[in-house]
Structure formats: C-alpha cells, structure tokens
Design a protein around this ligand. Structure first.
Ligand code: A3P
Length: 300
C-alpha cells in the first residue's frame, strides 16, 4: 500500500479491513461456536456490484414455498440487507456476536471477503458460494456515489479523480477489485458445484436464464408447474430495481448500521459509467483488466 492512499482511506472513515476480516473469519471458524453448515449459502460480491439485488433474489428463491403468496412477502417490508446479513457487518456494527443458530436452514449470508480470506470451514463444508461481479467501470461509479452519500456532510464529497486513482491502485475495502473477481472466477472453474459465478450485466440481459441457473445450482430448480404459473417472472418483478426502490421500506427506512435504505438504489443500469469517466480513465481500467485477467478467460 502507498502511505498517502491508506492515509486517505483512514481519513475518509473507511471501515478497517482487519475488523471485517477478524469478525467474519471468527464467526464461521468456530471461534464463536459456529462453523459453516453444509446447507449454508454465501453470497459474495465486491461492493456495488448488485449485492442488494441478488440478496433479494436469493431470499425469494430459497423461501418461495414458505411465502408462496408474493403479495405478503417479507421482502415487501424489509430491505434485502436485513433479510440476508453481511457476516462481517453484523458483528462489526452491532458490536455483539450474532446468534447464527437462530437462522433457519438453509442459512443465507453475504460477505465482501476476498477468496483468500474466506473462513476455512466455508471451503471444507458442502456449503455453496454465489459470486456476483459487475464491470469495473460501473462498479467504480456506483461506489463513488455511494461513498459520497454515506460520507458525513461536514467532510464534503470525495473528488472522483482522487478515488479513481485509489480504485486503480487496488486500495479498496475488500482488496483490489480485479484480484477479488479473479479469485472466485478461478475457483468457479475448478469447483463449479461449489461456486457459481454470475455477472450483473448478464443477469440484466437475460434474467430468466440466470435465475433458473441460480435455482438449479442451489438445488431448488423451478418445476414445470412453477414455470407455467409464471413464478420466475413474478420473482424477477418482485426483485426488480423499479419495484424494490419504490417500496416504502426502501424509500424511508434505515438499516441497523444507520444507513438509509435508499442509498442502495441509484440507477440500477448498465453503462452509467459513460456519464462520468473520461476516455483516459476507461483506458486505464481496460489495461489493468487485460493485465490481471490475461490467460484467465475472464472478460467484461
Ligand atoms: P448504481 O449505483 O449503478 O445504480 P450493491 O447492492 O452491491 O451495494 O450495489 C448497488 C448497485 O446495484 C447500485 O447501482 C444500485 O442502484 C443497483 N441495484 C440495487 N438494486 C437493484 C436491482 N433490484 N436491480 C438492479 N440493480 C440494482
């Protein structure tokens, strides 16, 4: 790390990585009497790659027999982050060990941890990992807006150019963006039963295909009857950006961490980076991607 960059992170009040790592690893490593269960499902993302969307989708897919009536669904009154908690933030924000035994199986959790930092029990158990990534341009633009939204107004907004430089140098809350993606990409190739690798752009482009893929991976494929009844379309509608962002809970509610739920909904589109990044910035991101992903077969 470059001292000036880390110092800047420190000053803008970024959550210290070591606290996140410590709490997450401790939670599922047995330190608090818990280890990963075979039935656990862990959603892994880099921040701003569509975590909120996929949390909603996972929760609805997994609970679709319990809440068969979509008009009474828990998602209508709860932000997805309250339904599928981040392992690391539960402990970090609430400052108490969450009672993971109170979760009914299959337990649904999320994390931003890089692959190399995952608790060992996650990889030893038969639990499943769903990884969602997004192109670095949109991820960065979304991150920049989000950081400014939650930043204390007294500090003033971050300048896009400054944070862009940090992003490119890999100074990020969960480690460098490209290494994060690459870690899970490689694992998904080696262990396709364990890790499902999804892209935000592909989910947007062909949502039905990817929803079915996801359900199949989780071992709860849609039946012919469900497909005929339009369950897949109904889930996509329930979890869509327009629907979720229009719910009262997401317009005016807050998370236990104090952030406003509406901070997690901005535009929800592919390609908004074109409104913010210069050609030079795009070139720089493309070059880093080419260097990092060379021979991996991974492209955005
Ligand atoms: P934008 O800032 O580009 O609009 P995360 O959930 O990982 O924090 O990512 C937030 C990004 O996902 C934001 O992107 C947000 O608008 C978008 N998003 C939130 N809900 C979504 C949904 N249901 N469908 C698609 N995108 C969604």
């Amino acid at each position: 790390n470059i001292l000036e960059d880390v110092f800047d992170m420190f000053c803008i009040g970024s959550v210290p990585m070591w606290t996140l790592l410590g709490s997450c690893v401790g939670l599922l490593e047995g330190e608090f009497g818990e280890t990963s269960k075979n039935t656990d499902i862990l959603l892994v993302t880099t921040p701003k790659s569509g975590t909120t969307w996929l949390k909603a989708i996972l929760f609805v897919i997994e609970n679709r027999t319990r809440y068969a009536d979509m008009n009474q669904h828990l998602l209508l009154a709860n932000n997805p982050h309250d339904l599928v908690p981040f392992l690391e933030l539960k402990l970090y924000v609430d400052k108490q060990v969450p009672d993971l035994t109170s979760f009914t199986s299959p337990r649904l959790f999320a994390t931003h941890l890089p692959f190399s930092s995952l608790p060992e029990s996650v990889m030893c158990s038969a639990s499943k990992l769903v990884y969602l990534c997004r192109n670095p341009m949109d991820t960065f633009v979304s991150l920049h807006h989000f950081a400014n939204k939650i930043r204390p107004p007294s500090l003033g907004p971050n300048r896009l150019e400054d944070v862009f430089d940090m992003f490119c140098k890999g100074v990020c809350i969960c480690g460098p963006f490209w290494d994060h993606v690459l870690g899970y990409w490689k694992e998904s190739l080696e262990k396709p039963q364990k890790v499902l690798f999804l892209k935000y752009e592909e989910m947007k482009e062909e949502p039905i295909i990817h929803l079915k893929r996801l359900a199949e991976f989780l071992g709860c494929s849609f039946s012919l009857e469900e497909e005929t009844l339009g369950v897949v379309d109904e889930i996509l509608r329930l979890c869509s950006f327009d629907h979720l962002s229009s719910l009262e809970v997401n317009k005016n509610g807050k998370l236990s961490s104090g952030e406003e739920n509406k901070a997690y909904f901005r535009r929800g589109e592919v390609g908004d980076w074109k409104n913010y990044l210069t050609d030079e910035m795009v070139d720089r991101l493309v070059q880093i991607g080419e260097q990092k992903f060379v021979e991996s077969g991974l492209k955005f």
